[in-house]
Design a protein around this ligand. Sequence first.
Ligand code: ADP
Ligand code: ADP
Length: 225
Amino acid sequence: APALYLEKVERRYDQAGAPLDILRGADFGLWAGQSAALIAPSGAGKSTLLHIAGLLERPDAGEVYISGVPTVAMADESRTALRRSEIGFVYQFHHLLPEFSALENIMLPQMIAGHSRKEARERATQLLDYLGLSARADHRPAELSGGEQQRVAIARAVANGPGLLLADEPTGNLDPKTAHHVFEALDAIVRATGLATLIATHNMELADRMDRRITLRDGLLVELP
Ligand code: ADP
Ligand code: ADP
């Protein structure tokens, strides 16, 4: 089964009494090892789509399959459990915990998932090494550059070995050179882990590195050449 499969997904918001149809039956499948860039203007519904794919929000109609498992009718607790084990998130801002070191920020989600401190430390150390951040392991987020913070956030997102990585404008807050380093890191992680990755981005250099490019048009997901 695909890592993510959206089937006829609909989402409508009520805006001051008037319905606003954001998704009108969007279909989309993403296989393990595949990366896709979601490119669309602001307000088109990228965040909405990522929230629905990430089980943070339910669609009004349609189905969301995570590794073949239908999720819409699941109880909240099951959706949360599935999200924690199967889905990693990276946002525009890093959301790292300020009082913890880079290493600890990557260890924490693993320990919450039940891994031992030793296992979590080994995996976090390996990920930092992989991202060229070994020398920064004991630094707190405020002591890291914007690009380093975002790379730590990527390592945290994949620490528990999810099958799906969702990113919402992960380089939106960075200058072009720093953004370049961040997506090199993202690219390396994706290739090493065989994750399925869906990234909303305005960064065309990042988009060009992905296997697929998609956009939102009239509430549908459309493949770009
Ligand atoms: P994007 O991420 O592409 O900028 P969003 O998914 O954030 O787009 O938003 C799509 C549209 O839906 C926007 O017009 C936005 O104003 C509207 N919208 C988003 N969330 C809500 C909400 N909770 N209630 C009402 N309207 C919303
Ligand atoms: P971003 O897409 O940058 O993450 P948000 O998702 O917070 O930003 O909001 C995107 C758009 O959705 C904005 O235009 C915002 O006004 C609108 N929006 C978000 N939440 C609501 C809401 N609860 N009601 C109405 N509009 C909303």
